[in-house]
Design a protein around this ligand. Structure first.
Ligand SMILES: [Zn+2]
Length: 65
């Protein structure tokens, strides 16, 4: 299951999204402001590792609450 990293163009926040096959990218909305004006980023965290950590050791602050 791919995890994509998105950047919100409205509030500038970035978040990660687990994209299920049944979901289309147009449905991806920013968890902060709800805007769908998001852009997918090239990320090194596109695959899940054992502990769910990203290989790049990113902030990890983009967890859903
Ligand atoms: Zn936003």
């Amino acid at each position: 299951m791919p995890i994509y990293e998105y950047e919100c163009r409205r509030c500038g926040g970035d978040f990660e999204k687990l994209l299920f096959p049944s979901e289309s990218e147009e449905e991806v909305a920013c968890p902060c402001c709800g805007a769908k004006d998001v852009r997918r980023r090239i990320s090194c965290a596109s695959t899940l590792t054992g502990g769910g950590k990203s290989l790049c050791g990113g902030s990890g602050a983009t967890r859903f609450s």
